[in-house]
Design a protein around this ligand. Structure first.
Ligand code: ATP
Length: 452
């Protein structure tokens, strides 16, 4: 029986929803429906559907120019959409000016007033809203305490470090007590060490406030460590939305597989081939057993394997390509050789090493604890467990789903049913046993270009 991956729902956050002082922060749900933004004939954002739930920490992730900032700025009201709607707690705010949106934006550039003290920078939004002086002073003091800025209230921005300036920018957003925080690469001006520390502070802040955060970055480490959900954008379109573990473990497309991970997933052109006991993915130097029955129709695929899922094994184990000869198809154990190649380079990352290898025409990476035990120029045999293989359609780039024609339809509207995560039906151990009447079908998973 096939089992669809359960639809992701983020766990209830163990949050202290009390905000600054005795106040409680409101939280907000943001919905984006069919949102597009064109600049002339160029579509920076195209038909994006996205829901950010109350208390979510949603990270918009993708390469430079994919449209992350454009999407965030439309939510903030800084640029108008060409098409589509934006809802805040069900209220249509598509054409509302920024000040009516109850959203606070934190920019990469901090955007502090250089002539104002920290205290006046943080309190600026309250003065603009004519909050009573005593009340404003209390809120600024509370926020400063929360962000560890109490000792710095009388300094000016030029007298602060980058991390302190970023905290002042955060404070200025916090003091407004907004429904949601919108952050555009707020850490990119910080050095690596400060980035790590501030990353943890923002995550902690989110847990304390329980507020909704939408956070733009091109840094996958920020996305994986901070987000409750990650939305991956590619050329203005949503590729996949899910929890960090979900998008990493079951990437919905070649783009997602090749974007996440360091090094990213190895992707090899291959063909599905029938072998006794299970289907294999085969190519020059590749013969990898899959979690698929032996009788799936042969077809071209892209085989994906994460570098950390490849293990160096003795070269004389059967399996994988020309060196293995006839034994290739019989190798079924966890240590059966799936790939054979030549090491071209070994990189020392400190605690780990990455070996770059040539397998047929492909270049792949293997990541393991140091010492990995490989040297440039030597031949290498690699094993991978069938459950750690991923298949993608070479034409569409989408993750492939297998289900026999006879099986009841599985609703895959929200999530693909990954070949690697689903239990295959019982397979006859003896290849002479007649195949099931209906041919199983391997088809691209439906697009996950919607979070709902
Ligand atoms: P980065 O990570 O580099 O900031 P991004 O993913 O945030 O990139 P955007 O700034 O949203 O990308 O830009 C998306 C695309 O829209 C880019 O190709 C950019 O050149 C284009 N673009 C953005 N603003 C304008 C504009 N005002 N006029 C024309 N093109 C624009």
């Amino acid at each position: 029986m096939w089992i669809a991956l359960p639809e992701y729902s983020h766990p209830a956050l163990p949050l202290n929803r009390a905000g600054v002082g005795e106040e409680r922060f409101d939280v907000a749900r943001i919905e984006v429906e069919g949102l597009s933004r064109r600049f002339g004939s160029f579509a920076a954002i195209e038909g994006v559907n996205l829901r950010v739930d109350d208390g979510d920490f949603l990270v918009l992730l993708g390469p430079s120019g994919c449209g992350k900032s454009t999407l965030l700025r439309m939510i903030a009201g800084l640029i108008p959409p060409s098409d589509g709607r934006i809802l805040l707690d069900g209220r249509d705010i598509t054409h509302a000016p920024p000040r009516e949106r109850d959203l606070a934006m934190v920019f990469q550039s901090y955007a502090l007033y250089p002539h104002l003290t920290v205290e006046r920078n943080i309190g600026f939004p309250l003065r603009a809203r004519r909050v009573r002086r005593a009340e404003a002073a209390r809120r600024v003091a509370d926020v400063a305490k929360m962000l560890d800025l109490s000792e710095l209230l009388h300094r000016r921005p030029r007298e602060l470090s980058g991390g302190q300036r970023q905290r002042v920018a955060l404070g200025r957003a916090l003091v407004r007590d907004p429904g949601a925080f919108l952050m555009d690469e707020p850490l990119s001006n910080l050095d690596a060490k400060l980035r790590t520390a501030t990353r943890a502070e923002i995550t902690d802040l989110h847990r304390q406030l329980g507020s909704t955060f939408v956070y733009v970055t091109h840094d996958q480490v920020e996305a994986m460590t901070m987000a409750t959900r990650v939305a991956l954008l590619n050329r203005g379109r949503l590729e996949q939305v899910g929890a960090p573990t979900e998008v990493y473990d079951t990437p919905g497309s070649v783009f997602v597989a090749g974007f996440l991970g360091s090094p990213p997933m190895n992707l090899l052109d291959a063909r599905l081939a029938r072998r006794p006991g299970a289907a294999h993915a085969v190519a020059d130097g590749v013969d990898a057993r899959l979690e698929l029955p032996a009788d799936v129709p042969e077809r071209p695929v892209i085989l994906g394997i994460r570098p950390e899922h490849l293990r160096v094994v003795p070269a004389d184990v059967p399996g994988a390509g020309p060196a293995a000869g006839d034994a290739a198809g019989d190798a079924a154990g966890a240590d059966a050789v799936a790939l054979r190649g030549t090491v071209s380079l070994v990189e020392n990352l400190g605690s780990e090493e990455v070996a770059h290898c040539e397998v047929g025409p492909a270049r792949i990476c293997v990541r393991a604890a140091r010492p990995i035990g490989l040297r440039a120029g030597e031949t290498v045999a690699l094993a991978v467990r069938p459950e750690h293989t991923h298949l993608f359609d070479p034409d569409s780039g989408r993750r492939l789903t297998w289900r026999p024609d006879s099986a009841p339809a599985v609703d895959t509207t929200a999530k693909p049913v990954p070949v690697t995560a689903a239990a295959p039906p019982p397979v006859p151990a003896d290849p002479s046993t007649p195949a099931p009447r209906s041919e199983p079908r391997l088809s691209p998973a439906r697009s996950t270009r919607s979070s709902t």
